[in-house]
Design a protein around this ligand. Structure first.
Ligand SMILES: [Zn+2]
Length: 417
C-alpha cells in the first residue's frame, strides 16, 4: 500500500495557496476570512473521503476514520495557519500527509483496528493573536478560561473574542474549555512536519525520526545601577549596568557552548538607559533565549546563568531581577513510536536518521497528555522556512506520507505501545 504522490502534491498546493498575498508567500492567519476558506476546503476534502468531520469550540478541525474496534484513536496532524508571507509546507504538510494516508487506506479497503483522527490545529504560529501553539494548548487544557478576553490582536488590540465571533463555524469564546480532549480517548499523537533547517539537506537524508523537542526558556534580566558622568566618576566608583549586561550576554553564549549538547542560546539585544554616549548606564534589560533538549541541562543552565548574574551584580554593586516569559520544558518522543517509524521507513527503503527538533511544535503540548511521535521531512531550497522560498520536493513529501502511512498501519494494530 503506497500513497498517491501526484494527488498529495496537487492537494498540498491547492489548499496551501489559500491566503496567497501579492507581496509573495502565504498569509493565512487564524480566524481570518482566508483561514475560514482553508477550513471549509479541508473539511470538504475530509467529507469527500467519508470522514466524520467536526470543528471544536476554538477552531481546531477533526476528521475521523472509524476503526474496526472501539479503541482509543490515533490522533495525527499539524497546524493550518501560517506566519506572514510563509510557505506552502509549514504545518500543512502534517495535515495533507495524514489526509493522503487515510485516503489510501479507504481506497484499498484497509480498516484499522483503532480509529484514526486527523487534526488541523489553529493558531500555532500565532501571527496575530500571540502566544503560539494555541489550538493544541486548548486541547490539552492549558488555556486560562478568560483567554478570549485577555488575548488581543497585536495590531488592532481587539480581543480574541471578537475575532472568534466573526469567524463563526461553531467557535465559541465562552466555551474555550470545551475544546479540551480526554487523553483516555486517544492512543497517541503523530505529527509530520518540515525540518525548517538544513541538517537533513546537508546530510542528504529525506526523513528523520524526531527524538526530542528542545525546551525553550525566555526571560528578561533587569539590572539597576547608578548613572553618572562618563569622565568624572572614577572606574572603581561606578555601578555600570551596561558593562554587566555585556558580560552576561557573553556568558550566556559561553555556557551554551560548554554544555557539549548542541544547546542554542542568544541575547537578542540589550536595552540600556539613559542611552547616552557620555553617561554610565543605570538600567539595562537583557532578554535571554535558550533551547535545550536534555532536562537536566535545561534546568542547570538557568541556575548557572543566574549565578553569574548574581556575581556580576555583586562585583559592580547592582541590583537585579528576573522576569520569565516562556518556560517550556523539553518534550520527549515515545521510544516505541520512534521504533515503529524507524521500521516503517526501513521497510520502504527510505533513508532516515534521528534528530532533535529545536523549533517548537504542537507536539510539545500533546506530549504533556499523550505519547507522541514526530517525523521530519527535508526542507529544500537551502532549508529556508517561514518565507515564500520554503520548499520540500514532491519525492520527499511522498516519502514522508508513505512513512506516515506505514506508521499508522502498524500503530493501529498495536494493543499497547
Ligand atoms: Zn510549523
Amino acid at each position: 500500500m503506497r500513497i498517491n504522490r501526484e494527488r498529495l502534491w496537487k492537494k498540498q498546493h491547492e489548499t496551501g495557496a489559500i491566503g496567497a498575498v501579492k507581496e509573495g508567500g502565504i498569509s493565512r492567519f487564524a480566524w481570518t476570512p482566508e483561514y475560514k476558506r482553508a477550513c471549509e476546503n479541508l473539511m470538504e476534502q475530509m467529507r469527500e473521503i467519508g470522514l466524520e468531520v467536526r470543528m471544536d469550540t476554538v477552531g481546531n478541525i477533526f476528521g475521523r476514520y472509524e476503526g474496526s474496534e472501539k479503541l482509543p484513536a490515533i490522533l495525527c496532524g499539524s497546524h493550518l495557519d501560517t506566519v506572514p508571507n510563509g510557505g506552502y509546507f509549514d504545518g500543512l504538510t502534517g495535515i495533507m500527509t495524514a489526509l493522503e494516508a487515510v485516503t489510501v487506506m479507504k481506497e484499498e479497503g484497509f480498516k484499522p483496528r483503532r480509529p484514526i483522527e486527523i487534526v488541523a490545529f489553529i493558531n500555532e504560529e500565532a501571527s496575530q493573536f500571540l502566544g503560539g501553539t494555541f489550538g493544541s494548548k486548548a486541547m490539552c487544557g492549558e488555556l486560562p478560561p478568560d483567554y478570549a478576553d485577555t488575548c488581543r490582536h497585536r495590531v488592532t488590540g481587539e480581543p480574541l473574542r471578537k475575532a472568534m465571533k466573526e469567524f463563526g463555524m461553531g467557535t465559541d469564546p465562552d466555551r474555550l474549555p470545551d475544546s479540551r480532549i480526554d487523553p483516555k480517548d486517544y492512543f497517541c499523537f503523530i505529527e509530520v512536519h518540515i525540518e525548517q533547517g538544513r541538517y537533513l539537506l546537508d546530510g542528504d537524508i529525506p526523513i528523520s525520526v524526531v527524538s526530542d523537542i528542545a525546551g525553550i526558556k525566555q526571560f528578561y534580566i533587569e539590572l539597576h545601577g547608578v548613572s553618572c558622568h562618563a569622565g568624572g566618576m572614577a572606574m572603581k566608583d561606578r555601578h555600570d549596568t551596561l558593562q554587566a549586561a555585556a558580560a552576561i550576554a557573553c556568558e550566556v553564549e559561553r555556557l551554551a557552548l560548554a554544555t557539549g549538547n548542541d544547546t542554542r542560546s542568544t541575547v537578542g539585544y540589550i536595552e540600556s538607559e539613559p542611552g547616552e554616549h557620555n553617561i554610565v548606564a543605570n538600567k539595562s534589560v537583557i532578554p535571554v533565549d535558550y533551547r535545550e533538549a536534555d532536562d537536566r541541562i535545561w534546568s542547570q543552565l538557568y541556575e548557572d546563568i543566574l549565578e553569574f548574574v548574581k556575581k556580576e551584580c555583586e562585583k559592580r554593586g547592582l541590583t537585579w531581577s528576573v522576569h520569565s516569559t516562556c518556560d517550556l520544558a523539553p518534550s520527549h518522543c515515545n521510544r516505541s513510536i520512534m521504533k515503529v517509524m524507524d521500521q516503517a521507513a526501513e521497510e520502504l527503503g527510505v533513508r532516515h536518521n534521528e534528530m532533535i527538533s529545536f523549533p517548537c511544535h504542537d507536539a510539545v503540548n500533546m506530549e504533556r497528555i499523550l505519547p507522541v511521535g514526530m517525523i521530519f521531512v527535508r526542507s529544500s531550497n537551502e532549508g529556508l522556512s517561514h518565507c515564500p522560498e520554503e520548499y520540500t520536493t514532491k519525492e520527499d513529501l511522498g516519502d514522508s506520507a508513505d512513512v506516515l502511512l506505514g506508521t499508522l498501519k502498524k500503530l493501529s494494530n498495536r494493543e499497547q505501545l
